[in-house]
Design a protein around this ligand. Structure first.
Ligand code: HEC
Length: 104
């Protein structure tokens, strides 16, 4: 099941939406992975300290897109808002969509 899903995602990325997701992936790697982890599990030193959720589980994904975007822009708990750092609402939506993909 999983390899089929992954190749579907890879194919979808090659078919056009790739540029946007590549941008979200780069933003995530640069700004977010230190806490939330490259794999979204949050098993990093900073992630464990700030008790981030595991985004590969349904439990960890229990937030609405609107809440996710708001958390990214304005901050949530130990996470600061990224609006001041130049992340736009459009970027935040892409990042939230990117985080959704950790759970498959
Ligand atoms: C300093 C560590 C840290 C960094 C860096 C960080 N976060 Fe967070 N993030 C947290 C914490 C802590 C929470 C609140 C607890 C939780 O939801 O896991 C949170 C919550 C969130 C939420 C809301 C989920 C919810 O449960 O409400 C989203 C979405 C999110 N972060 C995305 C990002 C994105 C995208 C970036 C990079 C632009 C980022 N985070 C960077 C620590 C961090």
């Amino acid at each position: 099941m999983k390899p089929i899903l992954l190749s579907t995602i890879a194919a979808a990325m090659m078919l056009g939406s790739g540029a946007v997701h590549a941008a979200a992936a780069a933003l995530y790697a640069k700004n977010c992975a230190s806490c939330h982890g490259k794999d979204g599990k949050g098993q990093t030193t900073m992630g464990k300290k700030s008790k981030v959720k595991d985004y590969t589980t349904a439990e960890g994904q229990k937030w609405s897109d609107a809440d996710g975007v708001k958390a990214i822009l304005e901050g949530s708990g130990k996470m600061k808002g990224y609006k001041e750092k130049g992340i736009t609402e459009a970027d935040a939506k892409e990042l939230a969509a990117y985080i959704r993909k950790f759970k498959s």
